[in-house]
Design a binder for this molecule. Structure first.
Ligand SMILES: Cc1cc2nc3c(=O)[nH]c(=O)nc-3n(C[C@H](O)[C@H](O)[C@H](O)COP(=O)(O)O)c2cc1C
Length: 329
């Protein structure tokens, strides 16, 4: 797949996920075989106001994350253009526009999935951000607002007319949130309607799913979200590689913890943020619920390290896929 000046051999991307797609995790999944890993959605308003918390989302190591791929959300073309410039000046080399987020805090301001109801404004945002930044701009859309307004094809055509570089399609409507099964036929319909690369998204967890996604939709690349929670190895496995050994798993989790703490610049904040990651890492392993109950009470870095080494060093799969827990999201 080609995006602007970049050519990607491997057809897998990590999906943008709030509070998950942080720099340490993005770097790790790229090492595991994801071609790209965008940031989580970042508020254009926060960037334009130079809000310190929002700017923190742009922190990354350019040597390990090249090209740096930033997802923005916002409803106003001029503000999005300004935010795009700020992201570019902080190292962004690819920009994605969020057109799928269903959270009211986002849609209230005409951003996220609200843009699915206004293809002309969605297209104006792509145009404004491209013109302001000169960077390749992609978009991530849903199938539509609800079952009666499936309009991904119309939106995709409007975005293509304004020079969007690629379109990721999550095969669910806004009304569906994350429930039910993703409808891949809409990904196929978009692929047939536009010439730019189409990235298929929704319910891919295994190699068989990838093969089926390519065969059924003709998409150019596949984006993986929930199956990658606490499972950076999923990208290696999707490419035909082996699952992790317990030793490898433990080593990587400890490395992730160390990098998370460094990223936050504060052990207590890093530990707090990492406990959530640990619940994902434990998914599908025997004794996971007991481990989680213990881990959420640990406040210190050393305590957390010890508990990780103890549990993951010997943990075995409990035979479930862990997908019941994913369905709860
Ligand atoms: C915890 C979580 C956070 C998410 N945050 C974002 C986000 O910041 N931006 C976005 O475009 N989509 C976000 N999504 C949606 C995912 O990118 C993806 O479209 C969705 O999970 C479907 O893919 P999957 O079936 O592989 O999980 C989020 C999903 C989850 C589960």
């Amino acid at each position: 797949m080609r995006l602007g000046p970049y050519n990607f051999e491997r057809p897998f991307l990590l999906a943008p996920m709030a509070a998950v797609s942080e720099a340490p995790y993005r770097q790790m999944v790229r090492e595991m075989g994801a071609a790209l890993a965008p940031t989580e959605l970042i508020s254009a308003e926060g960037l334009v106001r130079l809000n310190a918390r929002t700017l923190r989302y742009l922190r990354h190591d350019p040597a390990r994350e090249d090209p740096f791929f930033v997802q923005l959300f916002g409803g106003d073309p001029a503000r999005m253009a300004e935010a795009g410039r700020i992201a570019r000046d902080h190292g962004a080399r690819l920009l994605d526009i969020n057109m799928g987020c269903p959270v009211p805090k986002v849609t209230r301001n005409g951003a996220g999935s609200a843009l699915m109801a206004e293809p002309a404004r969605a297209a104006a945002i792509v145009r404004a951000v491209r013109e302001a930044t000169g960077l390749p701009v992609t978009a991530k859309i849903r199938s539509g607002l609800d079952a009666r307004s499936i309009n991904a094809v119309q939106v995709a055509r409007a975005l293509e007319a304004e020079g969007v570089e690629a379109i990721a399609v999550h095969g669910r409507t806004r009304a569906q949130g994350y429930s039910g099964r993703a409808d891949w036929s809409i990904i196929r319909a978009v692929k047939r309607a536009v010439r730019v690369p189409v990235i298929g998204n929704g319910d891919v967890a295994r190699r068989e799913d990838v093969e089926r996604m390519f065969a059924e939709t003709g998409c150019d690349a596949v984006m993986v979200g929930r199956a990658a929670l606490g499972n950076p190895w999923v990208f290696r496995e999707l490419g035909g590689g082996p699952p992790p050994t317990p030793a490898e798993r433990t080593e990587l989790i400890l490395r992730h913890l160390a990098e998370q703490v460094e990223h936050y610049g504060d052990a207590a904040a890093g530990v707090r943020a990492f406990r959530r990651m640990l619940t994902w890492y434990a998914r599908g392993l025997r004794g996971a619920s007991c481990f989680r109950a213990k881990a959420v009470l640990i406040e210190t870095l050393d305590g957390l390290r010890e508990e990780i080494a103890r549990f993951f060093g010997t943990a075995e799969h409990d035979g479930s896929s862990g997908s019941e827990e994913l369905a709860e999201l």
